[in-house]
Ligand binder design. Structure first.
Ligand code: HEC
Length: 470
């Protein structure tokens, strides 16, 4: 709104649900964090008055007319909708009242602060218009924009609020397909959060990776998601199992794959070794640890987060390492340890589900290099039978089977909608909505774009319970 150079307001992240941030119920301004918003608004307002020529878009800053021309665009821009005359005159009155006792700059900054601290700016409302369950056109535009681009509605979408009917699914579809071109941030954040990769930097440090390579792993992930999902309109299958990636030469060398030249480039992978998100450093290292194997970390992460079995928690007060040591001793192979754990109760009741998934990734070291023997010289044995999924020799095969697995697909749809809408879809009519979206995902060969469009077209996308009304 104010051009470049504006000071950043540092707002603490709100609590996540299933690793997903931006959850409506948690994204609230309360006594605990209000000072961050107040401080941010104050520093931005002060900056605006100090950089008035750029920030206010007035040539006559210092005069009364500038207040009016500022109010003609700023509140509408901040509230991401048309504002009415009452709202404008209330802000004008605020300026006049303040200017009665304080200098012009202070009164002007007061108006900026009032707008930046208004719930109309800080919150995206889904209150409907009070008389029906339908969200207002401006609310729909805001939902579309934030859900697809992580940003406020652009000028085209704001214009559509006036000129088109956003309650018409065809109109929403048209806008959604247009906005998908700018959707990379949403997909990058979604896969990152869904597959719990926030630990990349801490685990990279723990396993002794060069921080420059950890950064390149994040860059690989971001470029891959942008290219596959946005540029190529790819599928969930592509994300999980594409036999190529994007990386810089240093990372290619570290992985042991051939890079075509310099800079960030597409790199072809041997599908017997790598392919898809789960074979990239960002995921492997996030769920790696110092030590010999990563069976439990990687297996549990997939089983819990990516397959939605999040209720599994290790029994409190049980020293699992000690029990395990008693079961197999210190010299057991990874396979022997896994078998003992999976065949012993209570351990097996959880571990026999997740360990067979985790062992498939044993060809990757904790720092994501390919290995066929462990540091102690023993051969890696990563073959696995995974219940209900099949038998696998390598991670790429497992990822392909996961994409075909309805349970995995359902979890993906459920988490994506939770993430996109900021609410967990628990109620019966919403479950029907997620089922329809899942069917669309299946029918389109797991197209992410078609999945998103089907979410946006659905009547439930623009309806909220009557109790939402103010
Ligand atoms: C209720 C389910 C459950 C039961 C029962 C259970 N575990 Fe676990 N266990 C987990 C989960 C989930 C984790 C992963 C925690 C994490 O992600 O850090 C875990 C972690 C571990 C780890 C740590 C691996 C690592 O690399 O950090 C070991 C070892 C382990 N369990 C062994 C056992 C043994 C031995 C038993 C039986 C005495 C047992 N577990 C019982 C669910 C269970």
């Amino acid at each position: 709104m104010f051009g470049s150079g504006v000071p950043l307001a540092s707002i603490p992240e709100s609590a996540a649900e299933d690793g997903l941030t931006n959850i409506a119920a948690n994204a609230i301004v309360d006594l605990g964090n209000a000072s961050f918003f107040a401080d941010g608004a104050r520093s931005i307002a002060t900056w605006v008055t100090a950089n008035a020529a750029q920030a206010t878009r007035c040539t006559n800053y210092g005069q009364s007319a500038c207040v009016d021309s500022f109010l003609a665009w700023f509140p509408a821009s901040a509230f991401r909708r048309a504002v009415d005359a009452t709202e404008i005159s209330a802000l004008r009155k605020l300026f006049d009242d303040l200017h009665g006792s304080y200098p012009y700059d202070y009164a002007f900054a007061g108006v900026v602060r009032a707008v930046l601290l208004s719930p109309e700016f800080l919150y995206r409302s889904e209150l409907t218009n009070g008389s029906s369950k339908l969200m207002t056109p401006a609310e729909i535009a805001n939902l579309l924009a934030f859900a697809i681009t992580d940003q406020s509605p652009d000028a085209t979408l704001l214009a559509a609020v006036q000129t088109a009917d956003l309650t018409n699914p065809d109109v929403r579809e048209q806008q959604a397909r247009r906005l998908l071109k700018s959707s990379e941030q949403v997909w990058q954040r979604f896969f990152w959060e869904w597959l719990q990769m926030a630990t990349l930097y801490s685990q990279g440090n723990e396993v002794g990776l060069d921080p420059a390579l950890v950064k390149q792993m994040e860059a690989e992930y971001r470029t891959f998601v942008q290219e596959v999902v946005v540029t190529q309109h790819g599928t969930l299958r592509d994300v999980m199992a594409a036999s190529y990636s994007y990386m810089q030469p240093e990372l290619a060398k570290f992985y042991g794959v051939t890079h075509p030249g310099t800079g960030m480039s597409r790199v072809e992978l041997d599908p017997a070794q790598r392919g898809g998100l789960l074979t990239q450093g960002a995921w492997l290292v996030s769920h790696g640890k110092r030590g010999r194997d990563n069976v439990v970390r990687r297996g549990m992460s997939l089983y819990k987060q990516a397959m939605c079995h999040n209720a599994l928690t290790p029994p409190a007060g049980l020293d699992v390492q000690a029990v395990q040591m008693k079961l197999v001793g210190p010299n057991a192979t990874v396979r022997e340890t896994l078998n003992a754990r999976d065949q012993t109760q209570p351990c097996g009741s959880c571990h026999h589900l997740a360990d067979p998934i985790g062992i498939v990734f044993e060809n990757f070291t904790s720092d994501a290099r390919w290995q066929t023997t462990y540091a102690d010289g023993r051969a890696v044995d990563s073959k696995s039978d995974v219940m209900d999924l099949g038998s696998f020799d390598n991670a790429h095969m497992l990822a392909t089977a996961l994409v075909d697995d309805p349970m995995f697909q359902r979890c993906f749809v459920q988490r994506f909608m939770h993430f996109m809408l900021g609410i967990d879809l628990g109620a019966a009519e919403q479950v029907a909505w997620t089922q329809q979206v899942h069917e669309r995902l299946q029918a389109t060969g797991t197209s992410l774009e078609e999945m998103l469009v089907s979410i946006v077209r659905h009547p439930a996308f623009i309806e909220r319970p009557a109790g939402n009304s103010p």
